[in-house]
Design a protein around this ligand. Structure first.
Ligand SMILES: [Zn+2]
Length: 248
């Protein structure tokens, strides 16, 4: 009997080796075959080699927080709203975000979400109620089939042990891409009224981690945060994978 059990284990091990040989795991960025030597167990699972990971454009610890996104306008009801960003908006992060959004390559988003979860500041003395991704409009969700911010948020919600709630914040209408508007006033106008809180939810007193993929003008995150505060949230903190913005 013992001999039989060992044989079975051997067969599984051999089958695994044959599968690895026929279908080797490769780095999603450089395409090199992954091994214990150039990746290790964690990165092999994430389909990335150490060399490519070390080239990620990680922002310095003291350059990750962005404040006063309203640029500033005097009547801003939430002038203290802040957003945390992990990466500069550069390759290979830009490529991963594009593959996630336009080619539906979800493991690119899972990798970035995992890196965000690992780096998100643990010293923040905040007990979050939930993670809320910036929602897409119904039209764009139908086109794409998924919300890229939700994919990023899955790992973050797991790391913080709080739920990812996708149906609290609703996008009322399709807005044009923020990058098309260079004038801040046009950007504000573009997102004004874009969001609402689903009426079945009472978010009074909630501490919300609001997640988006990219921070451009900040108008989208700012408007979503404003709506969450207006609906009773106690605190809203923004987080994104990347931004091209520089801190002044
Ligand atoms: Zn690589």
């Amino acid at each position: 009997m013992q001999l039989c059990a060992f044989s079975r284990i051997d067969i599984h091990a051999i089958l695994d080796q044959v599968t690895d040989f026929l279908f080797p795991q490769v780095c999603m960025i450089c395409g090199k075959v992954l091994s214990e030597r150039n990746a290790g167990p964690y990165l092999m699972k994430r389909q990335l080699c150490v060399r490519c990971l070390s080239a990620f454009p990680v922002r310095l610890q003291n350059d990750r927080w962005f404040h006063c996104l309203s640029d500033p306008y005097e009547t801003d009801p939430i002038p203290d709203f802040s957003v945390w960003a992990l990466f500069h908006y550069e390759m290979p992060v830009t490529g991963l975000l594009r593959r996630l959004k336009f080619q539906s390559v979800s493991y690119c988003g899972q990798l970035l979400g995992d890196l965000i979860a690992r780096e998100f500041p643990k010293e923040l003395d905040i007990t979050f109620t939930c993670v809320i991704p910036i929602p897409l409009s119904e039209k764009r969700l139908a086109e794409r089939g998924f919300n890229q911010s939700s994919i990023l948020g899955e790992e973050l919600s797991r790391a913080l042990s709080v739920p990812l709630l996708e149906d609290v914040l609703v996008r009322n209408r399709h807005t044009n891409r923020q990058s098309r508007f260079h004038d801040p006033l046009l950007r504000e106008g573009n997102v004004s009224g874009a969001f609402s809180v689903e009426e079945n939810w009472d978010i009074s007193g909630w501490n919300v981690l609001l997640l988006d993929d990219i921070l451009t003008s900040g108008a989208t995150l700012h408007e979503a945060a404003r709506i969450l505060y207006a609906a009773g949230a106690n605190l809203v903190i923004g987080a994104v994978a990347a931004t091209h913005r520089e801190n002044q």
